[in-house]
Design a protein around this ligand. Structure first.
Ligand code: SF4
Length: 430
């Protein structure tokens, strides 16, 4: 395992830009959250645009009845000519009567509901009183105004925290919606190391919800959970500071930080993780052969940029030109920035035209960006990776580390194949 740079990027001046941005809204998170929370329903209070976004993001995978939907605000609602609250109450009553499996209902705000100032927190309180104890109704905003797509999960989890029961028990809370297979791997490792009891936020079902208190210790698995972190602190829980569990190194450091908090030494962790870590390192090495020495540019999108830049530079041999994130949460990202060697520009926010100028000037081998920017950059001969794939693909912990590296290697390999088969066309684009 590589040793940390002596100072890292923690004191690198941050380039802050505020201008036009290219991002998806927080409604996107519903796609992975509804798979995770098996008795939850996400009711977007929004427009036909919101409904279309959800339908196209969810694709064709709906075989059973979906656990998300849109209560469409019509023109008469937007013009204040109808009582949107009364319509919402009727819609919710119809839904809950038809779907007795629902135990948690999230009213999800959108741009239109915010524009007409529909108070969804009052609506959630009112509906909770009507439908308790069978159904808990909460609300959060997925609005696209000044947000990025991973903020939806943060807002959802932050909304859940105040409603969780209280406890004095000393427990670990693993925070972040991981695919079930990844969550099970993490729980098995923690169990072998001797850390427990362990709860998850979000839990698979409401009856498995964690309780929170001053003896709760929590470890984030996703770097975009700043509001959830703040909500947990307000409940007296304490965060375990660690790099995020991406790659063999990140996973090992995350596990060691958690183990240390529970009085377990690094040697125990090393012994337990020897085999999966060796598998991860071998799998990463296979993809790193393609990534070694290549230059990468992160545009701000998923909020995973800083941990992934750490992974790519330290475990895959890449060189980062610019690491840009929508929001830089200094406290949560400090353990990551300490590990990234000085050199790259660290930037927060976006002025998309200025940033595209920097991409064109530096011509990176790989640019990580949103869907809207990928095609134009590809047309200019630049290889890209869609940031949104990083949240739809299992990428955490040891068994997924090789897949994570392969996600970045794939566009470079595709380019090599195209260059070999169509040398003239690729030269013209480049
Ligand atoms: S919440 Fe706003 S940005 Fe998102 S789909 Fe609805 S209207 Fe569009």
């Amino acid at each position: 395992m590589t040793t940390p740079p002596t100072s890292g990027c923690t004191d690198t001046p941050v380039l802050r830009e505020r201008g036009q941005r290219e991002v998806f809204c927080g409604l996107t998170g519903i796609i992975w959250l509804h798979r995770k929370m098996q008795d939850a329903f996400f009711l977007v209070v929004g427009s036909r645009t919101c409904a279309h976004l959800l339908q196209s993001a969810a694709g064709v995978m709906i075989f059973a009845e979906p656990r998300f939907g849109t209560a469409i605000l019509e023109e008469k609602d937007l013009a204040g000519m109808a009582d949107a609250n009364a319509e919402l109450d009727r819609e919710v009553a119809r839904l809950l009567e038809r779907r007795p499996d629902i135990r948690q209902l999230f009213l999800v705000g959108s741009c239109p509901s915010e524009v007409i100032k529909l108070d969804l927190s009052r609506a959630a309180e009112r509906l909770s009183e009507i439908h308790a104890p069978r159904v808990r109704v909460l609300n959060y905003s997925g609005s696209g105004i000044e947000t990025t797509f991973t903020e939806g999960e943060d807002a959802c989890l932050a909304a859940m925290v105040p409603a969780l029961p209280k406890t004095e028990a000393r427990e670990l809370l693993m925070v972040g919606a991981l695919p079930d297979v990844v969550e099970d791997q993490a729980l098995a490792l923690l169990d072998q190391i001797g850390v427990g009891p362990v709860r998850c936020l979000p839990a698979k079902r409401a009856e498995l919800d964690a309780a929170i208190g001053p003896n709760t210790r929590y470890a984030l698995t996703q770097p975009f959970l700043g509001d959830t972190h703040a909500a947990l602190q307000r409940r007296g829980a304490q965060r375990i500071a660690a790099p995020f569990p991406f790659g063999a190194e990140g996973t090992t450091l995350w596990l060691k930080a958690v183990a240390a908090e529970f009085g377990i030494g690094p040697d125990t962790v090393d012994a337990v993780v020897a085999a999966p870590r060796a598998r991860a390192e071998k799998a990463i090495a296979a993809a790193a052969a393609t990534l070694q020495g290549k230059r990468v540019f992160f545009m701000p999108d998923s909020q995973l940029e800083i941990p992934l830049a750490r992974f790519l530079t330290r475990e895959c041999g890449m060189q980062a030109i610019e690491i840009s994130t929508p929001f830089l949460h200094a406290e949560l990202h400090r353990p990551e920035l300490e590990l990234i060697a000085k050199g790259p520009t660290i930037s927060e926010g976006q002025d998309v035209d200025l940033q595209l100028d920097r991409v064109r000037a530096t011509r990176p081998d790989l640019t990580i960006c949103g869907l809207g920017l990928a095609n134009p950059l590809e047309a200019e001969g630049l290889a890209t990776k869609w940031a949104i794939e990083l949240v739809f693909t299992p990428v955490h912990f040891y068994e997924q580390a090789g897949d994570l590296a392969a996600l970045f290697a794939r566009p470079l390999r595709r380019r090599e194949i195209l260059r070999a088969s169509h040398p003239n066309r690729m030269e013209a684009a480049e």
